[in-house]
Design a protein. Structure first.
Length: 44
């Protein structure tokens, strides 16, 4: 777990359009908000 105020480690993930998003490409340019919706595309 990261401490409050700690820099997030770099990561890569696919966007909803299939492009690769890399945190390091945005670091220092704009704020980044990550949102995880656990029940997306699942039954129940």
């Amino acid at each position: 777990m990261l401490a409050i105020g700690a820099e997030a480690p770099d990561f890569a993930a696919l966007t909803d359009t299939g492009q690769t998003f890399r945190l390091s490409a945005w670091r220092g340019h704009r704020p980044v908000v990550l949102f995880f919706y656990l029940r997306a595309f699942t039954f129940g």
